[in-house]
Design a protein around this ligand. Structure first.
Ligand code: PLP
Length: 408
């Protein structure tokens, strides 16, 4: 290999800049302990210990649920480890079809389509929609996930309007200013995972009706958790039928892997027929599909688990408030703690592991704007009140030592 190429020097320079800005990403190798979740085993600086993890997106602990694990094992035994082809090339099994039917029914839609991941479902679908005909105007929330932004950028001739986050007046002004006869789409999320706030879905659908726009809703941080069957905030708010496409993941509250869209039969059939990110990749592995089916079916009827999630999130919020810890107020299950700069967020996270055996991911730029770096806590059904008390004591100790603003 030619180490003299300018690209190699560029990599080293960029990495030095990232390090200098305190943004260098170090992955902590956490080994999930399936029978003791949310405990993980971690080896750091030559020492192995059990760590209590506070920031998994496996929000409902479904990834370690015995029913889900058994479904996965059984499917591996009977159908093998991998799908062995794209959906077109021998990769479509009856359980892929059953999972799509389950997802369509969950969201009250005609049809659903599975993808390799939630990321790919957003990227592939949005690009396919925006290349379907000329003249698209797309209205994209300013805090949309990278997968949506990249999908929208893939629309070769689309005009992109970024509206202020969850701001109906700004969205309407932009819709009104666009050509009346242009095809329009509004793309947004329900629960925004970094600030933990929730979109006014019904009011956005009102604007879509008024300006004849289709709607694309990412419910990745809501499916499994919101609504009486876990079909997301659109189900909770009774507006699922008003949305053109609902997108979700099987990798967060469902605890497995994969992404999907659900919607009108013609739309789903069209995406199935043209979206490159669907066509040219191997179908999801049968054990993953079987596990996801078990997880969705369980959560459809397990309101108690959802209730526990919100009860735990509210308890942690109130404990943070009592302790004077500067959390961002949220209406969702996500509890962000503001730190304010990257070096400090990373440092607080490292001290939580080293001194207290707990882990919460530092969220730094570019995931959130510089100056709003934070730790993100996602307490779930398996986090007890005693664990919360330990966490609050640890955070008070660390933050008081560093700033003197929070009493120890
Ligand atoms: C995580 C995430 C995705 C991607 O889902 P994966 O299944 O993890 O690829 C899409 N949208 C949002 C808002 C996300 O947070």
């Amino acid at each position: 290999m030619n180490r003299d190429h300018p690209f190699i020097a560029q990599c080293d320079k960029a990495l030095a800049d990232i390090r200098a800005a305190g943004r260098y990403r170090r992955f902590v190798a956490l080994e999930k302990l399936a029978d003791r979740f949310p405990y993980y085993k971690v080896t750091m600086e030559g020492r192995t210990q059990d760590i209590l993890v506070w920031s998994s997106n496996d929000y409902l602990a479904m990834g370690t649920d015995p029913e889900v694990i058994e479904a996965s094992i059984e499917a591996a035994r009977t159908m093998g480890a991998g799908a062995g082809g794209t959906r077109n090339i021998a990769g479509s099994s009856p359980i892929h079809v059953a999972l799509e039917a389950e997802l369509a029914a969950l969201h009250g839609k005609d049809a659903a389509l599975l993808f390799t991941s939630g990321y790919v479902s957003n990227q592939a679908t949005l690009t396919a929609i925006l290349n379907s005909m000329p003249g698209w105007h797309v209205f994209s929330d300013a805090q949309n996930h990278n997968s949506m932004i990249v999908g929208i950028k893939g629309g070769k001739a689309a005009t992109v309007h970024v509206f202020a986050h969850n701001d109906l007046a700004d969205l309407e002004a932009r819709l009104a200013a666009a050509p009346a006869d242009a095809p329009k789409m509004i793309a947004f999320e329900s629960v925004y995972s970094m600030d933990g706030d929730i979109a006014p879905i019904g009011a956005i659908c009102d604007l879509a009706d008024k300006y004849n726009a289709i709607t694309y809703l990412d419910e990745v941080h809501a499916v499994g958790m919101y609504g009486p069957h876990g079909a997301g905030v659109s189900e909770r708010d009774g507006v699922a039928h008003r949305l053109t496409i609902i997108e979700g993941t099987l990798a967060k509250a469902y605890g497995c892997h994969g992404g999907y869209i659900a919607g009108d039969a013609s739309v789903i059939d069209y995406i199935r027929s043209v979206a490159a990110g669907f066509i040219f990749t191997t179908a999801l592995p049968p054990p993953t599909v079987a596990a996801a089916l078990a997880s969705i079916r369980r959560l459809k009827v397990d309101q108690a688990r959802r209730d526990t999630l919100f009860e735990r999130a509210n308890l942690l919020k109130s404990k943070f408030d009592q302790a004077g810890l500067p959390r961002l107020p949220t209406e969702s299950h996500i509890v962000p703690l503001m730190i304010g700069n990257a070096t400090r967020a990373t440092e607080v996270s490292m001290r939580l592991i080293r001194e207290f055996g707990m882990y919460a991911t530092p969220i730094n730029y570019p995931t959130v704007p510089a100056g709003t770096e934070r730790l993100r806590f996602t307490p779930g059904p398996k986090h007890t009140e005693a664990m919360m008390d330990q966490l609050v004591a640890a955070l008070r100790h660390i933050l008081s030592g560093e700033t003197g603003t929070v009493a120890a």
